[in-house]
Design a protein around this ligand. Structure first.
Ligand code: GDP
Ligand code: MG
Length: 155
């Protein structure tokens, strides 16, 4: 079985599935799904409901337990950090990557959002992405590729 490399988590509608598809070179419009999706490269997409509803935290935790990298996806037009309380503590042995999506929306203040997320304990790397812009997705894809190579070398 393929090892899980990263799991995309975050609220409903932030662009996780669009990003998951873009990382697989699919730039068609994402269809709303409540499914957990896997790809050949070891990526996992999760439904935002796992993140938004405390009664589904068990599902969030069991879906992410095997992954060594968590990608928290946050939309640039949302001024509030949606990380459930204590989640960073639960993930303390995992690598956390943050992605700010929807940076193309008018009148979003991406530096302010980034600062707000850092005040909630998130750290670099923080990627700024429009999921329809392959150049911005590629920066994350390159990072994940390099990261995988360096992890393999350590094994
Ligand atoms: N403007 C803009 N819209 C986006 C972006 N990424 C996703 N969306 C839109 O946001 C909505 C929710 O996207 P989806 O990938 O289903 O979010 P998910 O619920 O987190 O999986 C869809 O209408 C997407 O087209 C982005 O970078 N910019
Ligand atoms: Mg989705």
């Amino acid at each position: 079985m393929l090892r899980q490399r990263y799991v995309l988590v975050g609220s409903v509608g932030v662009g996780k599935t669009s990003l998951f598809n873009a990382l697989n070179n699919d730039y068609s419009l994402a269809v709303k799904t409540q499914a957990v999706a896997f790809d050949e490269q070891g990526g996992v997409d999760t439904p935002g409901e796992f993140f938004n509803y405390p009664r589904l935290f068990g599902a969030l935790i069991s879906t992410t337990i095997e992954a060594d990298t968590i990608i928290y996806v946050h939309a640039a037009d949302d001024p509030l950090c949606r990380l459930p309380n204590g989640l960073l503590e639960i993930y303390r042995n995992k690598q956390i990557i943050t992605v700010i999506t929807k940076i193309d929306l008018p009148s979003v203040d991406v530096p302010a959002i980034k600062q707000m997320l850092m005040e909630h304990g998130l750290k670099e790397p923080i990627f700024e992405i429009c999921t329809q812009d392959s150049d911005s997705v590629q920066v994350l894809a390159d990072f994940l590729k390099q990261d995988e190579i360096s992890k393999r070398k350590k094994q």
